[in-house]
Design a protein around this ligand. Structure first.
Ligand code: FAD
Ligand code: DLZ
Length: 535
């Protein structure tokens, strides 16, 4: 009789995981805490605590359902400390004849598992059907298109799921309400406080373990606030739908010096770990609209992030790895600025984004894209260096979603697959969307001089440096026109200002640089936009 070992990874904590749905009664289910997963990048202690606490609670749930579970704790003396070795050790221990695993969230594991498919103890890999689209669905959608675009993929997903549809037409007559979702931060904004979850003995024990083993990593554990069970994740979803969703759209792009979460859902970690399904989040949001409790711009904006962006980045990741990780279309080779690990910078926007990241293992999308991301883009930080940072510091970070966002959306390293133009911005953008500048020693209106915001000269330097790659893009024509109308003296002064700033910027060595340049292509003509207005 066949007895499989079913390996459930730390971001597969769903009872409807295909391998669990199809588990025969004699199966042994394994969850393994291993040092290697905690250290391949220096994950934020809150991220590690979240994953290990959620794994321990999930294992207890499986046992309560009568399933046979082996849980390898990090301190177990026999623990092989890598996922594959530990699974194989357990398979031998329980005399299993195969190991089953669902597609993991990272190529490195998928590839390593695939290589063992025909070993004496074979690995059988299963598709992860908890997403709206499989990589195969994405490839089929993309077939015959000149270049994939989020907006068309998203429309197709709306049609396919019926979400926010009235027959064949989008609810309200438009597919996209992004233009209503760009209000800058107002003078005063009351933000409902997020739910505080009880830390039970299991969570407290994990936090002690993480402090002991990973206390040297960037990030504070003290403010741990993540949901570690499905029940807690559902409480977060209910809180979002009732208290935050109605205002989600309006303030989606705003940035606050004080409030780290604003009206964002904070659901990404629970979604990525499997504690919540994307379907229940989208269907819950649609219900709020249908029953008149939330406006369409908010609900459409939220659903687009999950049904659109989340699925789109996953499709790009799986259809383009492993080459995608090496792409570096703008040939960016600077190391990571050292202050990304400390927040020690005079640029207030960056300091606050990094401090919030340290305290919460969270920054909202616009902070990731337009603050830490934009600065790295303007400074030509190497994709590999920046990607490792993003993968380490956010509780929701998994490579399938982090990589396209960082390498593609932020650094334009994929030559235009994630966004048809770089999201580059000067200090003016930060001043318009946030209240940071009024606490900053730099002046967002000045480009040169001691108190000029460094983002301004860096912005113009970036455009000059990458003129060959970017000036042919019709969406960049206006801004290159402004650059070209400047006098030679002004351009020289701005460039000198930017170069002096870069010369004083302390960076880490740019290890593991991107090794090839993806060809640049302008796929932006005549397409609808889902992009932030930058300047
Ligand atoms: P909300 O603003 O409330 O959005 C709702 C949900 O939509 C999110 O929970 C998330 O599941 C989804 N979503 C929103 N934007 C995106 C996006 N661009 N791509 C994919 N899904 C999206 N998201 C991750 O889940 N993991 C990552 O590792 C990650 N890395 C990122 C790195 C960079 C450089 C950037 C610019 C974005 C990254 N994102 C990542 C996307 C996005 O920033 C986060 O999903 C979001 O900030 C999570 O907070 P939230 O749950 O409050 O999101
Ligand atoms: C991120 C992480 C950490 C820190 N630790 C573990 C672990 O001990 N065991 C485990 O199964 N998963 C862990 N994870 C999540 C994995 O890194 C993740 O499953 C893979 O990267 C695939 O997405």
């Amino acid at each position: 009789m066949s007895r499989p070992l079913i390996l459930v990874l730390g971001d597969q904590l769903s009872h409807d995981l295909p391998s669990l749905r199809e588990a025969p009664p004699e199966a042994v289910i394994a969850l393994c805490e291993v040092a290697e997963e905690g250290r391949y990048v220096p994950h934020h202690p809150q991220k590690i605590a979240l994953i290990l606490a959620a794994m321990r609670h999930f294992a207890a749930d499986l046992r309560d359902r009568g399933l046979r579970v082996h849980y390898s704790a990090l301190d177990d003396p026999d623990n092989a400390q890598t996922l594959l070795d530990e699974a194989e050790r357990l398979a031998r221990l329980y005399e299993c004849d195969e190991i089953r695993a669902v597609r993991p969230g990272e190529w490195r594991l998928w590839q390593a598992m695939g290589e063992r498919a025909h070993a004496a103890l074979p690995w059988r890999l299963m598709e992860d059907d908890r997403f709206y689209a499989t990589p195969e669905d994405f490839a089929a959608w993309e077939k015959g298109r000149k270049s994939p675009r989020l907006e068309y993929f998203y429309r197709e997903m709306r049609r396919r799921t019926g979400l926010l549809m009235e027959g064949d037409e989008p609810a309200g007559g438009r597919w996209n309400y992004d233009h209503d979702n760009r209000e800058p931060l107002p003078e005063r904004l009351e933000v409902p406080a997020p739910p505080r979850h009880r830390r039970d003995d299991v969570t407290r024990e994990v936090m002690t373990l993480v402090e002991e083993h990973f206390g040297d990593h960037f990030g504070d554990l003290a403010g741990f606030h993540w949901p570690v069970t499905r029940r807690q994740a559902l409480a977060d979803l209910r809180h979002f739908l009732a208290e935050l969703l109605p205002d989600f759209g309006r303030w989606q792009d705003a940035i606050s010096d004080e409030a780290p979460f604003l009206f964002h859902s904070r659901l990404s970690a629970a979604l990525n770990l499997g504690l919540l399904s994307p379907r229940e989040a989208c269907e819950g949001a649609e219900r709020e609209y249908r029953e008149g409790r939330a406006p369409l711009n908010s609900v459409e904006g939220f659903i687009r992030q999950i049904l659109g962006w989340r699925e789109y980045v996953r499709g790009l990741y799986w259809t383009r790895m492993p080459d995608y990780k090496r792409a570096n279309a703008l040939d960016a080779n600077r190391g990571l600025p050292a202050f990304y690990w400390s927040g020690a910078t005079e640029l207030r926007c960056l300091r606050r984004a990094i401090e919030m990241t340290r305290d919460n293992a969270y920054a909202h999308h616009i902070q990731r894209l337009m603050v830490t991301g934009n600065f790295a883009l303007l400074c030509d930080v190497a994709p590999s260096a920046l990607c490792d940072w993003y993968l380490a510091v956010y509780a929701d970070a998994c490579e399938w979603v982090e990589l396209p966002n960082t390498l593609g959306m932020v650094l334009h390293g994929d030559g235009g697959l994630m966004g048809s133009k770089p999201y580059c911005a000067s200090g003016k953008y930060i001043d318009r969307m946030s209240d940071h500048c009024r606490h900053c020693r730099f002046d967002p209106k000045r480009v040169v001089g001691d108190d000029a915001c460094p983002l301004n000269s860096l912005y113009w330097r970036f455009l000059e440096t990458h003129r060959d790659a970017l000036s042919g893009n019709h969406r960049m024509k206006l801004i290159y026109g402004s650059l070209d109308r400047m006098s030679d003296d002004k351009r020289a002064a701005m460039r000198a200002q930017a170069e002096a700033f870069l010369a004083g910027l302390e960076t880490e060595p740019a290890y593991g640089r991107g090794v090839h340049r993806a060809g640049y292509h302008d796929a932006s003509r005549d397409e609808p936009s889902d992009e932030r207005e930058t300047c």
